[in-house]
Design a protein around this ligand. Structure first.
Ligand code: NDP
Length: 451
């Protein structure tokens, strides 16, 4: 990178940090994008002249509100709710809601910012947004979760709509939470409209939406490997997390004959050297989705498996890695260890799971690195397909949705190669994803004039 580009990046980031003090996750997400975009923006003065980077890093609006609810003991609780409507240049806002005690504005701005690029990559007409609450659903009863979701929707309903903003799930928001929120919206507005995705199949949900992020991530990995003449069969894999994305990534890897030896949660990780199979996965799904238990219980259930409290799975030697839990779960040391142990490729199921040092370590080692914006776009893509089905008042078959998901992941992969391939044939998927997403959104913004 030459001095002029470095100077421009420094000066841009100084301004961004000054305007958004303390928002370290947001700074990190923007820095990753700016480092790959700045050379292109300087070569194409129309973007610089229109201050496109400054405009793309400023959300269209941020809505912040109180969510008051009553727990099972009759105590009154107050949480905070947010919706960050980041950019609707290419379609209505779209992006998940996260319920987790650590949610704050910085986290939601980083997620909303990345969502803009990711949604553009899918080829579907969707802008980017993110929202949620610092509500912690763990340990809460169903009735408490219901009262919280109903209360949140009392404010959120004013800001969403099928042509305005269509939220979905994310960490802590699965089918149960979406259903409670959708029911409340319907009751308040007296209309049935596809204003949330991830709905139950009997009331407007799409087949494969639950599986889409995990499946899509594995399809993306498959495309990266195929391009180098390789495949998934027989590959040793680690997965982190044991939520929606992780479990369906494991499921698809098993369908495609890979061997998966780890899963995790915020307490630690499981190493099963024999690998998961359909029966063990069914047990895990029941544990996490029905009993809402902890991953440590797996080690008591399966003889050869070990539980490693307080650790992440990156010390286990594997060829392929799928971080599917949360942001910044792979640092530079983890990345160096994975590379030393023979890592060949990594696809990010979670959003921003690798920090900047980790990304650079992977790229320097010529690991095939599928960034979240591309590799986990399958979830939002099938959300877009759910919106399309709702608008048509139709429901497509499982095969039809899966075929479209595979097609979309293939196209995203192709866009990354178009913009990220270097002369020696190595593909920098980070650069490819950032550039392809940027050009689509930036050109739409330019065509609107000064808005
Ligand atoms: P879930 O709530 O279903 O699962 C989250 C998993 O990550 C759980 O196993 C959880 O463990 C673990 N986890 C959460 N926080 C931490 C932490 N601080 N440290 C270690 N582990 C943690 O969420 P999803 O599977 O839906 O989401 C996972 C990731 O994928 C997120 O980054 C999300 O933004 C991203 N994503 C999700 C999409 C979707 O369609 N759901 C779409 C695109 C991206 P525990 O149970 O202990 O909290």
């Amino acid at each position: 990178m030459d001095r002029k580009v470095r100077g421009e990046i420094r000066s841009f980031m100084r301004g961004l940090v000054r305007r958004n003090p303390g928002e370290k996750e947001f700074h990190q997400a923007v820095r990753e994008v700016i480092e790959t975009l700045m050379p292109y923006v300087l070569e194409n003065p129309k973007y610089k002249h229109a201050q496109i980077l400054e405009r793309m890093t400023e959300p269209d609006r941020i809505i912040i509100f109180r969510v008051t609810w009553e727990d099972d003991n009759g105590e009154i609780r107050a949480n905070r709710g947010w919706r960050v409507q980041f950019n609707n240049s290419i379609g209505p806002y779209k992006g998940g809601l996260r319920f987790h005690q650590d949610v704050n504005l910085s986290v939601l701005k980083f997620l909303g910012f990345e969502q803009v690029f990711k949604n553009a990559l899918t080829g579907l007409p969707m802008g980017g947004a993110k929202g949620g609450s610092n509500f912690n659903p763990k340990g809460k009863s169903d009735r408490e979760v219901m009262r919280f979701c109903h209360s949140l929707m009392i404010e959120l309903h004013r800001h969403i709509g099928e042509s305005t903003d269509v939220p979905a799930g994310d960490i802590g928001v699965g089918g149960r939470e979406i259903s409670y929120m959708f029911g409340q919206y319907k009751r308040m507005e007296n209309r049935w409209a596809g204003i949330l995705t991830g709905k139950g199949i009997s009331y407007g949900g799409s087949l494969i939406r639950t599986e889409a992020t995990g499946y899509g991530c594995v399809y993306f990995m498959q495309r990266m490997l195929e391009r180098t003449g390789d495949g998934l069969a027989g590959k040793l894999c680690s997965v982190s997390g044991s939520g929606n994305v992780a479990l369906y990534a494991v499921e698809k890897l098993l369908h495609l004959d890979a061997k998966v030896v780890t899963v995790s949660d915020s307490g630690g990780f499981i190493h099963d050297p024999d690998g998961f199979d359909a029966e063990k996965l069914a047990w895990l799904k029941d544990l996490k989705e029905v009993r809402r238990g902890r991953i440590s219980e797996y080690a008591d259930h399966v003889p050869n498996a070990t539980y490693h409290a307080g650790e992440r799975p990156w010390s286990v030697p594997v060829e392929l890695a799928f971080p599917c839990a949360t942001q910044n779960e792979i640092d530079g040391d983890d990345a160096a260890l994975l590379v030393k142990n023979g890592l060949r490729a990594l696809a990010e199921g979670a959003n921003m799971p690798s920090n900047l040092e980790a990304i650079n370590t992977f790229l320097d080692a010529k690991v095939l690195f599928g960034p979240a914006k591309a590799a986990n776009a399958g979830g939002v893509a099938v959300s877009g397909l759910e919106q399309a089905q709702n608008a048509q008042r139709l429901a497509w078959s499982r095969e039809e949705v899966d075929r479209r998901l595979q097609e979309i992941m293939t196209q995203i992969h192709e866009k990354c190669v178009t913009y990220g391939e270097s002369e020696n044939g190595f593909v920098n998927y980070v650069k490819g994803a950032n550039l392809a997403g940027f050009i689509k959104v930036a050109d739409a913004m330019l065509s609107y004039g000064v808005v």
